[in-house]
Design a protein around this ligand. Structure first.
Ligand SMILES: NC(=O)c1ccc[n+]([C@@H]2O[C@H](COP(=O)([O-])OP(=O)(O)OC[C@H]3O[C@@H](n4cnc5c(N)ncnc54)[C@H](OP(=O)(O)O)[C@@H]3O)[C@@H](O)[C@H]2O)c1
Length: 337
């Protein structure tokens, strides 16, 4: 039986952990602020796809140190913390947990999230996963899953030929991970090559980097407001197109025809999303760090390494980074009053 450890069991970790458990894997979790609630009551997950259910993980750890002490040979360590390289290097917390057969699966938004894990654990398989989902944890241990979910997983194997990638053990581990998710009821879970997975990551940047910081900088604009207001829609589309034209130059291949254009993404936002706001707004409002580096900073830096400029992204990055620094400074001075 696969032993799976979810590291950072919040909305996404609990959602996918519960599905892997449904498929028959033994799934344990490392929690933080929700530790007491989850240890006592497990997770309650309400989902239009999977129904309402309570899930008790095999083991609930309060920290990585506790999980290390359990000495389990983990088949998969699934990292579902927010990706905040400017705040902490979470790969360091996995020291002592990764053994020879472990695959580290990163279900996180953004670009460049794999590199710290590849550098620290060169012998381990690193699997990169991108999900489209809408899940939140309104109270500790309660997960609200709002609509259908998709997850693509690929072995992170930069620079290999297709044949070498196919023969690599990590590719088999990625396929097995997707198979478990499908067996657990996630119909839209599939395995991609390294190259296609990076295309998916860039494509998702077009959505996240346009809507998320813009919602914050526009003081809580909803998705609908951003696509209905002419000036804002022009801005959002401009950011999307900057990402969608830069990515193929960086990756050396055009996007597959089935990937949505900026117009298609915005049309679908107009049709499908009512009053919701991007998740970065919730992080901003509650004073939590935002995933600014992996969503804006890393794409800009990666493009620059290829001699390419992303001026719209650069403006958003500068503004949101300074807004965050000022918010944090104001919060600290308030607390001294
Ligand atoms: N939610 C979605 O619908 C969605 C959709 C697509 C992609 N994503 C991406 O998925 C990733 C996870 O997002 P999420 O929404 O699941 O975030 P989340 O609900 O905030 O969950 C992250 C969890 O990790 C925990 N954590 C952080 N550092 C930890 C540590 N050192 N030790 C133990 N636990 C730790 C957090 O604990 P604390 O509560 O103590 O901070 C929190 O419970 C992000 O990259 C996000 O962008 C999310």
């Amino acid at each position: 039986m696969s032993e799976v450890l979810i590291f950072g069991a919040g909305a996404i970790g609990a959602l996918y952990g519960s599905r892997l458990a449904k498929a028959g894997a033994s799934v344990s979790v490392v929690c933080r602020s929700n530790y007491s609630a989850v240890k006592k009551h497990g997770f309650t997950i309400n989902s239009p796809d999977f129904g309402s259910d309570t899930w008790a993980p095999t083991r609930v750890f309060a920290s990585a140190k506790e999980a290390i002490a359990a000495k389990i040979p983990w088949s998969y360590i699934v990292v579902t913390t927010k990706a905040l390289p400017d705040v902490s290097d979470d790969s360091a917390l996995l020291e002592g947990l990764v053994s020879s057969g472990t695959a580290i699966v990163l279900i996180q938004n953004g670009l460049g999230v794999e590199e710290p894990y590849r550098r620290r654990f060169p012998a381990a398989a690193v699997l990169s996963a991108v999900t489209v989902a809408s899940a939140a944890q309104p109270t500790p241990g309660t997960i609200a899953h709002n609509r259908w979910t998709r997850i693509n997983t690929g072995a992170y194997l930069p620079g290999l030929t297709p044949a070498a990638e196919e023969a690599h053990a990590a590719t088999g581990q990625a396929r097995e991970f997707s198979r478990l998710l499908v067996a657990g009821g996630v119909a839209d879970a599939s395995t991609y090559s390294h190259g296609k997975l990076q295309q998916v990551r860039w494509h998702k940047i077009a959505i996240n980097a346009s809507y998320n910081p813009s919602a914050v900088l526009a003081n809580g604009a909803t998705h609908r407001e951003m696509v209905m207001d002419p000036a804002m829609a022009e801005h959002v589309k401009g950011v999307m197109e900057e990402v969608l034209t830069t990515a193929p130059k960086v990756l050396g291949a055009p996007f597959p025809a089935e990937f949505a254009s900026a117009d298609t993404i915005m049309r679908s936002t107009r049709k499908n999303i009512s009053g919701g706001r991007p998740s970065m707004w919730a992080d901003w409002e509650s004073g939590r760090p935002m995933e600014v580096e992996v969503i804006l900073g890393n794409p800009i830096r990666i493009a620059r390494e290829h001699g390419l400029k992303m001026p719209r992204m650069q403006s958003l990055y500068a503004l949101i980074k300074m807004a965050q620094a000022n918010r944090d400074r104001a919060g600290k001075s308030d607390s001294r009053l």
